[in-house]
Each structure stands twice: as C-alpha cells, then as structure tokens.
Design a protein around this ligand. Sequence first.
Ligand code: FAD
Length: 451
Amino acid sequence: MPYTAPVSEFTFLMEHVVGLPRVAGTERFAEATPDMVSAILTEAGRLADEVLAPLNRGGDLHPAHLENGVVRTSPGFADGYRAIAEGGYIGMSADPDYGGLGLPMVLTTAVNEMIGSACLSLQLNPLMTQGQIEALEHHASDDLKALYLPRLTSGEWCGTMNLTEPQAGSDVGALRAKAEENGDGTYAVSGQKIYISWGDNDFTENVCHLVLARLPDGVPGTKGISLFLVPKYIPDADGKPGKANDLKVVSLEHKMGLHGSPTAVMQYDGATGWLVGKPHGGMAAMFTMMNNARLGVGVQGLCQAEAAYQQALDYALERKQGRSPVEGGTGTILDHADVRRMLSEMKAEIFAARAIALANAAAIDMASATGDAAWDARAALLTPVTKAYGTETGIKVAQMGIQVHGGMGFIEETGAAQYLRDVRVTAIYEGTNGIQAMDLVARKMMDGGAA
Ligand SMILES: Cc1cc2nc3c(=O)[nH]c(=O)nc-3n(C[C@H](O)[C@H](O)[C@H](O)COP(=O)(O)OP(=O)(O)OC[C@H]3O[C@@H](n4cnc5c(N)ncnc54)[C@H](O)[C@@H]3O)c2cc1C
C-alpha cells in the first residue's frame, strides 16, 4: 500500500503550532536546527515510503508464527527492522552517553508516526524498545545501563514490556509473578505473562524483557510490585548473549489484526533477572515506560488514520460513479458532497490528533530541558489525551476510509480493512481508553486543572 510521509504537515505543526523553535532554543536541544529537522524528516519519510510500506500487506497475510518454539517473523520484517535500527531511529531521543542521538521527543514522535503509518506491526517492536530505554535511563543501576543501553539503542537487542497476566489486566496489582533473591545480586523470576508484544523475534541478538513481579515481602496490590530486567540470553563477561535464560514463548495469539506483531504467552521458570529501581518500586519504574508507550500508542492510532486517509483519497480520485455535481470537478466520486464530507472530516481529525501528540512531545522536551514542573504537569496531562484521542481517531478514520471505498472497502485486497483491524487494539492496549479517562480525571486533574 503506497504511503507518502506528510513531511510538510509535520514541519508546519512543529514550527507554527507546538513550538519546536522554543524546544530548539534550549541548550539541551540546540542541535535540532530547522535544517537538521528537515533532513531527518525527509530521510525517515523515504524509509517509510520506500522500505517499510511495502512490508505492511505481507505482515497481514503471513503472520508471525511459532516454529518448534522459535518465533518466525513476517516476510521482509528482518530487513525492515535493520533499516530502522541502522537509520538510528530507535535511539533518536536516547542518552548520547549510551549511543543515543539526544534529539527532542517531538522529532521522534513524528518519525514514529511515519514508520507506523508504513507498517504498524513492525513499528511496535522499536516502540517497545524506546520505552524500555527510557525506563532504564531513569531507574536502572549504572552497570545495567552500561551493559544494556548501548545495545538497545543500536537495535542489536530489543525490549519488551511484561505486565499482563490472565487475572491481571487493567488491574495490574492483581499480578502473581514472583521473584526471589538468588544471593548473588540476581533474582529468580517465575510466572506467566500474556499478550506480550514482540515476546520474541528472529532478527535481534537478544530480547530484553522488563517483567513486573512480587518479591516474597511484597504487599498485595501495586505497592508490592518490583521490576526486573530478564534477558532471553544472559550476557557473558564480554556482554555478548550467552546462556539461554529459563524462559520461553508458550504460544502466539491469533488476532483480529496486527498480524505481523507476535503477541506471546511467556513462561518464566526461575529465569535470571536484575532488579530495576528499588524493591517494591516497580510500578513507578514501569510507569516511565508506560507513559512513553502511551504517547507512542496514541501516535499509532494517528498513523493508521493518516495511512487510511491517504488510501481513501487516492481511491476517491480514481473511482468514477454517477454524474459529477461539480462543474469543472475531478469527475470522480470526490465530487460528491458526502465523499468530501468524509475526507474533510478524516483530515481534520488527523490534524487535531497530530497537533495534540506533538504538543505532548514538546511538553516532555521542555520538561527535560528546563526541569520546570509546570511542563512536566502539562506532559502528564496530555499523555492520556494523546493516547485516547489518537487511538479513537485511528478507529474512526479507518472506518470512514472503508466507507469512502464503498464495497471495495469491505474487500480485503484493497487494504482499507487492514487499517481498521490493525488499529483496533490501540484503544485497548497500554491501558484501555476507559482507564485513560480515569487517569486524566482522577490523577492528572487533581491539581484543580492548573496544568
Ligand atoms: C495485541 C495485544 C498486545 C498487547 N501487548 C501487551 C504487552 O506488550 N505487554 C503487556 O503487559 N500487555 C499487553 N497487552 C495487554 C493489554 O494491555 C490489556 O489487554 C489491557 O490492559 C486490558 O486488560 P484486559 O485485557 O485484562 O481487559 P480487562 O482489564 O478485563 O478490561 C475489560 C473491560 O473492562 C474495563 N475495565 C477494567 N477495569 C476497569 C475499571 N477499574 N474501571 C472501569 N473500567 C474498567 C476495561 O476498560 C475494558 O473495557 C496486549 C494486549 C493485546 C490485545
């Protein structure tokens, strides 16, 4: 499915709406000059258009599958992943001390949108890694940072996020996974996690799982949960992937969409893990990853909206049906008022969702560049809004995209239906949109609305 990165839309929003010049005016992000931003957007757009978009349909038709306990990914995904990693896009906003580029989140957010518009199921992999990088930067020991961050940032290794268990979905505090000290500074992590996105793959040297589990003295509920880094292969003395850890992919889910992303049931049987953050401080550490991912998932909704819109517009400009009511019009269904209404609404919703997501990212940048708590509060307030509005926009726009196609929208070959099937989960994972609403009202507005 062809896709053209909307580079000029990003540039307009960044320069005139969300305040990239203010972000670039700080010492921390002084490198983000208009020339540099334009070069990155153009190059990432090329990667999305030419390399990643051609993989999207294959991912849907040939899902990731389990072969003798090994995850086999969709055709071309390994090459697509390498192109993303080699382009430096995984570590764009990561700490330069560990190989990152230290660029603003506002730029990473735009690039993530382009990559996700092109191939959402593949994009979910680096998105999880970006969240893990941020969690480790903030909460891991210096030794863990030195070992893991450069490899995650380069994309040699990738990261996952393990919260959900059969009885613990929205209610994370109900989890039963356990961890016990091994006496050598490591922990033995046991339990089953479900729905783990990119729980394994056949193209990175290692897969690093961030796993929530309870220590023996952990109290029931969220206050007794700790966070552990549990790698698929335990790094040897040289930091190379060594002995296989005691964990496995039990099965992969058969899903409505997002087929290219392997969604795994993971079993941990006394797997060796390292504590990240303080004992029983797991939720705070995991929230760093989840907030990053909530912005990212809001953008996933938005990016499917953009892709669905582009496809619907192309179709509307080709399909002839009925007499054109517009003199000097295109002579296609685009001339019909109802089709224009749908396409205009799709475009307007995308503009709003994109502006919210980029404003959210710009607030994160200003908070980290200035240390001003007001920017932190604004970023925190906007995160559930970005997540819920972006994903609802994705579903609404993909649905309208099908309508613009008429009967062809219901026929899988056009790809219009894939956008709706793929985007549907974004309103569910990373905290359902109902949970986002509760977060907005019960936590983020407790300052009386100041932010
Ligand atoms: C494809 C896919 C990928 C995923 N990837 C990951 C991953 O990588 N890592 C991971 O840990 N998890 C992952 N998940 C799990 C996902 O985050 C959960 O499915 C989600 O948080 C909802 O939990 P649940 O499915 O148990 O639904 P439930 O919690 O059972 O919710 C069911 C319904 O009840 C509502 N509800 C629940 N509690 C409340 C409440 N207190 N107040 C109001 N309404 C409520 C929900 O909003 C929802 O509508 C993934 C899920 C899918 C489908």
